[in-house]
Design a protein around this ligand. Structure first.
Ligand SMILES: Nc1ncnc2c1ncn2[C@@H]1O[C@H](COP(=O)(O)OP(=O)(O)O)[C@@H](O)[C@H]1O
Ligand SMILES: [Mg+2]
Length: 485
């Protein structure tokens, strides 16, 4: 029983005692009055009346006492106890236990109080679960975003750093949190962004480079001010965006444009030079006339090949490039290409011998595979001195077909091999250009083989020769070419 219950009991007892005393006084007074009225003679009847009065008083007091106890008990059950439980529940809620509930099903004001407190508890629980969910979502987004994120408060202390920022700057969270930004982020660019945002209250951005061993990263830092609802200054948010890949692509594009311009310029300058010389009178000299025209023809052919190769490469590199697939007999294709380059080989007295498994068939684009074979075979002829040897082998294995072309040519230094398949990359620029090469042949080969999910390898010993191996995978069980690609 709680305090309220006890107080109630004390009040009930006091009332009971008061009533008892009042009853006794009343009974005594009644007895006296009777004795006075009846005198000594009627003593016997008076005693009997007095007993009756005492008896009636006792009955009356007992009935009143029982009624009082019942009322008190009811008050306790219906008001005092539910109130106590409601108070306890409210206390639990205030301590953060949003599951606490008061007794339901109690009538009257106490019942309403319990119901209201329960409703409050439910609301609080919903609110905290929504808030919790939002917080989890927000922290998942912040930590899974690819860009780094830093929050700096109005005094310049770092309040939040995300996983991506940690990955980029390689320190742990504790290194940054609650420190002044300029003490822990030493990059001038970042400091200048933060200062500008503080000063002008406008977004600002800069690029910074970080050197990690041999690796160099380009990071774009974007800063923006954060305001509270009442427009009061709250701090700065910084977003670090890794733009290394973009920079690389931009550099590749610049290199490509520079290379193309250079490659186009050389034959055009040469054609123009010879045309001018002819116009200035060299045309009169029959021998020079023929020689210069010959050079002009060769240079324009080279220009044509270059433009053709460039267009081919652009086509193959396009995202929507599609192979026209069919069952291709690679053995037949090799024989066909050999015939196509035979005259070129004969001119240099080079012998091409072949060891081919018959009827090796796989799924592929015959025009593109022919292009690969021509490029590899004509390279072998170009980079092999007169009267050299070329061997073409074809192995038809269970799940793949390998074609290797080996020559007894000049070979390739091992350090040059990784760059061989880059656009315009040539080991010996002058020799390649003289032979009419564009530097794009192997880049085209690589792209076509990749489109076929195939591979191309190079092995070479400088001065002894090179071997280019092509691997075509046969379609087995799972498809090599997914439908949507
Ligand atoms: N069989 C080979 N032997 C030696 N070097 C080769 C051979 N094939 C290719 N190369 C080297 O690879 C470079 C790139 O080849 P490619 O892309 O076909 O360009 P290109 O033949 O037009 O110069 C060539 O310039 C050459 O230096
Ligand atoms: Mg070539």
């Amino acid at each position: 029983m709680n305090n309220n219950g006890r107080i109630l009991l004390v009040y009930a007892l006091i009332i009971l005692i008061l009533m008892l005393s009042f009853g006794l006084v009343l009974a005594q007074y009644a007895q006296q009055s009777i004795i006075e009225v009846v005198g000594e003679n009627g003593m016997e009847r008076a005693e009997e009346a007095s007993r009756n009065i005492w008896f009636m008083t006792f009955i009356m007091i007992s009935v009143i006492a029982m009624a009082l106890i019942t009322i008190c008990y009811q008050i306790f059950i219906k008001y005092v106890d539910p109130m106590r439980k409601a108070t306890d529940t409210a206390e639990e809620l205030s301590h953060g236990n949003y599951r606490a509930r008061a007794d339901s099903g109690v009538f009257g004001d106490a019942g309403r109080l319990g119901a209201v407190i329960n409703e409050l508890g439910r609301h609080l629980k919903e609110l905290t679960s929504v808030q919790g969910m939002q917080e989890t979502r927000l922290s998942a987004v912040i930590n899974h975003m690819s860009s780094g994120l830093v929050l700096i408060d109005e005094k310049g202390y770092i309040q939040l750093v995300n996983e991506s920022f940690i990955r980029t700057f390689k320190e742990d969270k504790a290194y940054y949190l609650d420190y002044l930004y300029h003490e822990v982020v030493p990059h001038e660019e970042v400091q200048s962004v933060v200062e500008n945002v503080y000063m002008f209250e406008e977004p600002d951005s800069q690029m910074l480079t970080i050197q990690r061993g041999l690796e160099r990263k380009f990071i774009q830092v974007n800063g923006a001010p954060i305001f509270k609802e009442n427009k009061r200054w709250q701090g700065v948010v910084l977003v670090f965006h890794d733009i290394t890949e973009l920079k690389k692509l931009e550099q590749m594009r610049k290199d490509f444009v520079a290379n193309v311009s250079h490659e186009l310029k050389t034959p055009i300058t040469s054609i123009r030079g010879f045309a001018e010389t002819l116009l200035e009178g060299a045309a009169e000299d029959k021998e020079k006339n023929e020689q210069f025209l010959g050079i002009m023809l060769k240079e324009s052919t080279r220009l044509e090949t270059l433009i053709h190769d460039l267009l081919e490469l652009t086509k193959i590199e396009r995202e929507d490039f599609q192979l026209s697939l069919q069952q291709v007999n690679i053995t037949d294709l090799v024989m066909e290409t050999k015939k196509l380059v035979q005259t070129q080989a004969d001119r240099k007295g080079i012998r091409i011998s072949e060891h081919l498994d018959t009827d090796a068939v796989c799924e592929g684009d015959s025009t593109r595979i022919r292009q690969v074979l021509i490029n590899i075979l004509s390279n072998a002829i170009t980079y092999t001195p007169d009267r050299g040897e070329i061997n073409v082998r074809l192995h038809d294995e269970k799940d793949r077909i390998t074609v290797s072309v080996s020559d007894s040519g000049i070979g390739i230094p091992p350090e040059e091999i990784p760059r061989l398949f880059e656009r315009f990359y040539r080991v010996d620029r002058a020799r390649s250009r003289n032979s009419g090469g564009t530097g794009l042949g192997l880049a085209i080969v690589k792209h076509i083989m990749e489109a076929h999910r195939g591979e191309v390898y190079v092995q070479s010993v400088p001065g002894e020769g090179s071997e280019f191996t092509l691997v075509f995978h046969k379609v087995t069980g799972e498809k090599i070419f997914p439908a949507e690609e």
